[in-house]
Design a protein around this ligand. Structure first.
Ligand code: KG4
Ligand code: ZN
Length: 300
């Protein structure tokens, strides 16, 4: 549905949550072959995210916990992306650094323990996922654009076109400059050749992806050296990107890192990661009361 609009439409997302939440929970219970009376707690995503969608989940979880008389657990979406690393083996050991890259966030997180995390660098404007999605949109590729750019980039020449890398202070990022650079670049090229995009789409995708990945990994390397940490993880939707995964593996060899890359199903948003994060709270009795409300800009 969102493809028609080139992005997520908050109101539509909210309605889709409303329509799907009961059948999805039903099916999850069936697949797990358990009844709701077997549940020991209800976890929900409190934030960060879109208010409408969060409200649906929060209200539903509160009612279900109340009805079943079991504890309620709030989960931070970004923390959950990181804790997805504890679903499968091998698991990172503490402390580790996690580059968390999604449609709304770009952060370098120092993970000291399951629930003890510190953001040591982050984007000051757009998220890297947005840079992928907007590039795709300018190229007329559809939504979400990240996976499409990734696919075409695999057939392209990453060094064909050069895009500027924005250098920010410390461990911070900025991805709005490259978006504008791509826009002007395409505008200029299209003036000379109407079919420029069609003729060069693979090389454009490869070159933009190359630049984004370089920006991400140079800061990650700086963070690793500064903090003397060689346990390095990536998480979030953009961690599915093949360019990022390959270049990270190469950098890991040079730097002597152990890298942790989630399997594809745990990169993009999934309920498994929310359950994993909730588990660590459950064992520490970290519950919330019925007064809890959704928090679209939730911090760690
Ligand atoms: O974590 P996620 O599923 O949702 C958010 O929490 O935002 O991340 C979605 C983002 C989108 O921007 C999407 O284009 C991007 O992850 N993405 C990718 C790839 N797969 C998903 N970006 C680049 N390459 C991919 N293979
Ligand atoms: Zn996410």
């Amino acid at each position: 549905m969102h493809e028609n609009y080139g992005g997520v439409v908050p109101e539509l997302a909210s309605r889709a949550h409303q329509q799907n939440i009961v059948p999805v929970v039903d099916e999850a219970l069936k697949n797990a072959a358990i009844s709701k009376d077997d549940l020991s707690a209800i976890a929900f995503t409190r934030g960060p995210g879109l208010m409408g969608a969060l409200l649906v989940g929060t209200s539903f979880a509160k009612s279900m916990a109340l009805a079943l008389d079991i504890p309620l657990i709030e989960v931070n979406h970004m923390q959950a992306h990181i804790l997805a690393h504890f679903i499968d083996d091998p698991k990172p050991s503490f402390p580790f650094l996690c580059l968390t890259v999604s449609g709304g966030h770009t952060q370098i997180v120092l993970v000291k323990d399951y629930l003890e995390m510190e953001v040591i660098g982050e984007t000051q404007d757009d998220a890297v996922g947005e840079a992928f999605d907007k590039t795709a949109k300018m190229l007329g590729l559809g939504y979400p654009g990240g996976p499409l750019v990734d696919k075409l980039a695999q057939e392209g020449d990453a060094l064909r076109f050069k895009f500027p890398e924005t250098e920010m202070q410390g461990l911070n990022y900025s991805f709005s400059g490259i978006k504008t650079a791509v826009l002007y670049f395409l505008r200029d090229q299209l003036k000379q050749n109407e079919s420029f995009i069609k003729d060069n789409v693979n090389d454009i995708c490869a070159s933009v992806q190359y630049t984004l990945v370089r920006m991400l990994l140079q800061k990650l390397r700086k963070a690793a050296r500064q903090h003397h940490i060689s346990e390095i993880a990536i998480a979030g939707g953009v961690s599915a990107n093949s360019g990022l995964r390959n270049t990270l593996n190469e950098m890991a060899k040079k730097e002597g890192w152990n890298v942790y890359i989630p399997s594809f199903e745990y990169c993009t948003d999934n309920a498994g990661m929310i359950a994993m994060a909730a588990h660590f709270k459950y064992v520490q009795d970290e519950f919330v009361g019925q007064e809890v409300s959704a928090l679209p800009r939730m911090k760690f």
